[in-house]
Write a new protein. Structure first.
Length: 117
């Protein structure tokens, strides 16, 4: 269950940001999660709800998740395609000379925060 480790790292990063920027409360955090990142969103939200109460700046925060589609690039025909639908084999030319362009990320997109005085 790597979701817990990611949430712990995220909470630590947000604590550090809050201290640096004089943030007293974070209302929401929007994450972009890749379609093939391996993150199970239900477990991720459960882990967030568990850990946020241990961090005063996050206690009342909401976690918002956005899914980033997985896109693969074919080196043979130089086209892109939907990874989940077609896998490693290019649907355009049948080549296996492909690599993932996007879809395995976990990126902080937006933070709603309240600064202290």
């Amino acid at each position: 269950m790597h979701e817990m480790g990611i949430v712990m790292h995220l909470a630590k990063t947000l604590d550090e940001l809050a201290e640096e920027q004089n943030i007293v409360k974070i209302g929401s955090v929007t994450l972009q999660v890749g379609e093939v990142s391996g993150i199970m969103t239900d477990l991720f939200i459960d882990a967030w709800d568990y850990f946020k109460v241990k961090h005063p700046v996050l206690t009342e925060s909401e976690l918002k998740l956005e899914t980033l589609p997985a896109v693969t690039y074919c080196e043979n025909c130089e086209k892109t395609y939907e990874t989940v639908k077609y896998g490693k084999t290019c649907p355009h030319c049948g080549s296996g000379e492909t690599y993932l362009l996007t879809g395995n990320e976990c990126i902080i997109k937006e933070i709603e925060a309240e600064e202290g005085e």
